[in-house]
Design a protein around this ligand. Structure first.
Ligand SMILES: [Zn+2]
Length: 269
């Protein structure tokens, strides 16, 4: 959406959303809401340090590499948000208090305080809405091709929260449609060394989540939110290994719950 009638994103800014392998006919759509820690040039650094932007406050460390590896292994399209959750969180309803966080770690985010309605709307329109419109459009295209629109949302979480160590290696959360999620939980739990959380570290809530309730529950699609602990994704090779591992578990989960594994007729789209 850069260019055209864009007022926030400029010609030097990357697009708000990247769809890779759009025509891939794999059994799911992979998304990564918190793939990037970029900030539009017009917003500078939001008044934060480079270290803040590079930390988990800025993005989900390792999630983009993990999502890419999972999508490649599944032959699936993948949708990545192009901007930091500190600009606007694409997994929050826009009326949520932390859609545009005013503080991190008890400190103010200078670029996010005293925003007027127009500034909020620009971030919403040019980033949040552009990202979710791309997911919806991909789902419409796949529906016309007879492909399933099961959604796998890839995230990562911090090893320690509020001074407490989080024990799970991986957490699976879901909304009202939990068939694929429960099958994935069963597959992951086959590995006795893996600590697997259900609705951990966070449950999916309509008030604090967007992708699963809207693209999953409201549209009648299976939707799974996958969270992997960030210390397990500390380098790109580890993140890719996790993506490949999750893809294998997803394939078995899909087979187990007899979801249609999409094979598109040749030449369609
Ligand atoms: Zn996330």
């Amino acid at each position: 959406m850069a260019g055209g009638d864009a007022e926030l994103l400029g010609p030097g800014d990357p697009p708000p959303v990247e769809v890779r392998d759009r025509a891939a006919d794999g059994p799911v759509i992979v998304t990564c809401d918190h793939a990037s820690n970029r900030v539009p040039a017009a917003l500078g650094d939001l008044g934060l340090s480079r270290a803040d932007l590079d930390s988990h406050f800025g993005w989900d460390i390792g999630a983009a590499e993990m999502a890419a590896a999972a999508a490649a292994a599944l032959g699936a399209p993948a949708v990545y948000c192009g901007y930091s959750r500190l600009v606007i969180d694409c997994n929050r309803p826009q009326d949520a208090a932390d859609s545009i966080v005013p503080r991190i770690d008890g400190r103010p985010v200078p670029g996010n305080t005293a925003l007027d309605e127009r500034q909020r709307q620009l971030r919403g329109r040019e980033i949040f809405s552009a990202y979710h419109a791309a997911i919806a459009m991909l789902m419409d295209q796949r529906a016309r091709r007879g492909l399933p629109n099961s959604l796998v949302c890839m995230h990562s979480f911090t090893p320690v929260f509020g001074g407490v160590r989080r024990p799970w290696h991986v957490g699976i959360s879901y909304g009202r449609r939990g068939r694929l999620a429960r099958a994935l939980l069963a597959e992951l739990r086959r590995d006795g060394d893996l600590v697997v959380g259900e609705h951990e570290p966070y449950p999916v809530e309509v008030e604090s989540d967007f992708a699963v309730p809207v693209h999953g529950d409201l549209r009648g699609n299976e939707a799974v939110l996958v969270e992997v602990r960030q210390d397990l994704l500390a380098d790109a090779a580890s993140a890719r290994r996790w993506g490949t591992r999750l893809a294998a578990a997803l394939r078995d989960a899909i087979a187990a719950c007899e979801l249609e594994v999409g094979v598109a007729p040749a030449g369609e789209l």
